[in-house]
Design a protein around this ligand. Sequence first.
Ligand SMILES: *Cc1c(COP(=O)(O)O)cnc(C)c1O
Length: 398
Amino acid sequence: MLLKNRLFTPGPTPLLPAAQNAMAAFTAHHRTADFKALFTRVLADMKDFIGTQNDVLVIASSGTGAMEGSVSNLTSPGDRVLVLTAGKFGERWRDLAKAYGCQVDLVEKPYGNTFSLDEVRAKLTPETKAVYVQATESSTGARHDVEGIAKLVRKNGDNTLLVVDAITGLGTTHFDVDGWGIDVIIGGSQKALMIPPGLAYVAVSERAWKRMESTKNPRYYFDFRKERKSAAKGETAFTPATSLFAALGAALDFVRQMGNGDIAAGRKALVDNAELAAEMTRAGVTALGLKLYSSAPSAALTAINAPAGLDSGEIVKEFRESYSAVVANGQGDMKGKLFRIAHIGYYDYLDTVGILAALEQVLTAVTDQKVEFGSAVRAAQQVFAQSRSREVAEVAGR
Ligand SMILES: *Cc1c(COP(=O)(O)O)cnc(C)c1O
């Protein structure tokens, strides 16, 4: 059969056609009124998308650039910080903090797990200058309890900042950024906002801005204060990724439409979409006798163990070669052990049912397992139908 290329990876994610068109059409120079208008609108809309009154910066870099900036701007050499890690992206926080000379305390859990709040509480000290965590650990599919962690950090006092890598969390997970007291929350363009890689977003609290007045780690391109100063004038500090801003503007319009004119409602709809796709996927893979890799699965993505004795690379390869569906293998030590199907951004019901139907074929091709066709799809359909009837009941109950 004909093959359509489709991404099911936790970044990059499928592109929104309206955003692609907006990018292609955009030609304005970055020091013009046209760009200024776009830039100002995008920053305001990003606040609504993230759900915060804090300043939002949009920087030309991959998500890791904003992670690095969240270490270099907020710490001095020798500062004590707490990193919560249970995957490749948690390890990135640890490595970044070490690279900037921090004294790193760790809550470290095996891949696939999450943290108990007691363990986090036990590692917090009055000297802890910042806590670094992922909202959703994209290498394992785990969801961490940001709300619970935030409560502990806020109780620890204003000397401790909470920095959340929500690069796959934004748009797949509900947050109350200001209510919970998250000081820095980070996103990336190639995840839930349905545009290509190249932009990082970061929302920064007053507490974090204040910290930057005294921190001593070196920074230049990722100097958040410089970016904030420029943004107040409707400009970026350096040449912005202008076409990506145009794409982001279109993506935010799409989210607004999803919320019938309200971006916050659209964000909620996008999160609910991911939650439902993830729930359908979990039901489908479980019906096939497969096991989830994480004990605390996120809505961002589902990580699935390869059947015993099979390299997950075989599954990934069969998806790609026979169905042109790109699913992700495990990273690092997890390579060959699991495969990952994402639900971030521009995915819908048909994508979800389609990838499960393909999984039934893939397992038939690469294992000796006798797969009952329709079993994964049926389980997903039931989840979908239940969600539908709940929705109908809610509307009727109003
Ligand atoms: C994708 C991702 C990153 C890294 O983003 P880059 O854009 O590749 O730098 C960091 N953290 C998480 C949780 C991610 O999913």
